[in-house]
Design a protein around this ligand. Structure first.
Ligand SMILES: Cc1cc2nc3c(=O)[nH]c(=O)nc-3n(C[C@H](O)[C@H](O)[C@H](O)COP(=O)(O)OP(=O)(O)OC[C@H]3O[C@@H](n4cnc5c(N)ncnc54)[C@H](O)[C@@H]3O)c2cc1C
Length: 434
């Protein structure tokens, strides 16, 4: 095991450029661009593509991709350092060509897509000429995909898709949907479903409503998580993505990278909230002294810093392990641990920052209410925290062997007896001389 906490000088220059570019050019867009996924918004279209070109010219476009897809093949550690800066602004990942869910969708297209599928769907997606949607969760259950009922039936050269999907993010802006449906109902549970590429304008794709998050405005129709009904949606058989009955394996390919990249961005977001908390603590006075002089405020700052740094190190070590082993299966425990830790750290720090800001903190003039809700988003999307904790526990326990005795192998009387046996001659000699 090697440890290295330094960033190489050349890459540090890139990070400095990214930091400055995000602060100066991208952070202001949080107030100007309504939704970076809406390619029909003329303001977005005027501002974002020129910034994307600057990123491309700098050679920092879509750094998560391997060279075969036009990326630099940066490892995860570099991506982590980059993404924590991008996490500070809403449009940043779009401007750097690494926005979820398009990243995950492009990963599975690159991995499982046919040449035709890549040409039609992947290439324009990588250039951000179109955006995509991943349509998996159903109204009756998300955490357990075995209960999904949306299905597709083969009819000649076509598949006919029927059923409902819930919380399909960005469907309203997407050119195509990647839909997971039951195609082999008689197979074992994990081999029943397949993935399909469905152009959004295919007849029968009906968005019942676009659901928003509770901090968004219902009256302004800002919801972006679609409740979709697929009514006899016909796609050619060439639109199946990956093997028949192989949707679970395809989905796993997508989620490993997505989860760690969310964590990297969350790390940056948390640092930003922490900065706000510290600035307030050393600026606001009560009872004749700064908030930062109050020990309970100091405790909040200390706890937040400790949690933030522990989380950041866990993210970076996980990134390092992904680079080292180059096999998501070997780092699933670590990725699940990062995923499970993320919402708690985010929520704790956002709550303390809100509290330290008092009434201003709960108001719409500060972002903490939104950040708090976003912390729940991180605990739900890509699998709830509980499910990831179960994964961590399972994989950790796999490394242990049971003790077949009624008392544990570390029972002190046993250890004492073993130690005394090991040093019996020494003990005997000393006892004789006493
Ligand atoms: C902002 C956001 C964006 C999303 N975008 C997409 C998207 O683009 N495409 C898509 O398909 N889905 C998307 N989702 C849906 C997401 O994948 C689901 O919310 C998630 O899988 C949980 O499913 P559910 O919401 O139906 O909750 P349920 O399955 O009803 O679970 C509810 C709660 O039960 C508990 N629970 C569940 N399983 C267990 C368990 N095994 N042990 C203990 N407790 C458990 C957890 O507390 C969980 O939060 C998004 C969700 C959010 C919040």
């Amino acid at each position: 095991m090697g440890w290295d906490f330094e960033t190489d000088q050349e890459f540090q220059k890139e990070l400095d450029w990214i930091e400055n570019f995000v602060r100066e050019e991208i952070e202001p867009l949080d107030f100007i661009v309504k939704n970076p996924f809406d390619l029909t918004d003329p303001i977005r279209q005027e501002i974002i593509p020129p910034l994307q070109r600057q990123v491309q010219e700098r050679g920092l476009w879509a750094c998560h991709l391997g060279p075969e897809l036009g990326g630099l093949g940066y490892g995860q550690v570099k991506l982590a350092l980059m993404n924590e800066i991008l996490g500070r602004a809403r449009s940043a990942s779009t401007i750097f060509g690494c926005q979820a869910p398009d990243t995950g969708n492009s990963e599975i297209l690159a991995h499982y897509g046919t040449e035709q599928q890549k040409e039609k769907f992947l290439e324009p997606l990588l250039r951000n000429e179109i955006v995509s949607c991943y349509s998996m969760t159903e109204p009756q259950g998300g955490a357990d995909p075995k209960v999904f009922t949306a299905n597709a039936v083969q009819d000649g050269d076509e598949w006919v898709i029927n059923g409902d999907k819930w919380f399909s993010s960005h469907a309203r802006f997407a050119s195509f949907l990647i839909v997971m449906v039951v195609t082999e109902p008689d197979n074992p549970a994990y081999q029943q479903q397949s993935m399909f590429l469905v152009p959004t304008d295919t007849p029968g794709v009906e968005i019942l409503r676009n659901v928003g998050l509770s901090y968004e405005s219902e009256s302004e129709d800002t919801g972006t998580h679609a409740y979709i009904r697929y009514n006899d949606v016909r796609v050619p058989k060439e639109n199946m993505l990956g093997p028949r009955g192989g949707a679970f394996i395809v989905a796993q390919t997508r989620l490993g990278g997505g989860r760690i990249h969310h964590a990297m961005r969350t790390s940056g977001r948390v640092q930003r909230i922490f900065d706000m908390m510290c600035e307030r603590a050393i600026s606001r006075t009560t009872q004749g002294e700064l908030l930062s002089k109050k020990q309970m405020v100091q405790e909040m700052i200390a706890d937040s810093w400790i949690e933030m740094e522990m989380f950041r190190l866990l993210v970076l070590r996980t990134a390092w392990r992904i680079d080292r082993y180059n096999d998501y299966k070997l780092v699933r425990r670590d990725i699940s641990a990062v995923k499970a830790a993320m919402p708690g750290v985010y929520r704790n720090i956002a709550s303390r920052a809100l509290q330290i800001h008092g009434s201003l903190g709960v108001s719409w003039e500060m972002p903490f209410g939104k950040e708090l809700l976003e912390s729940f988003h991180m605990g739900l999307a890509d699998g709830p925290t509980e499910v990831h904790k179960v994964q961590v526990a399972r994989r950790v326990l796999d490394e242990y062997v049971p003790c077949d005795d009624i008392f544990p192998s570390t029972h002190l009387p046993k250890r004492r007896a073993a130690a005394e046996a090991k040093y019996a001659d020494v003990l005997e000699r000393h006892l004789q001389t006493q």
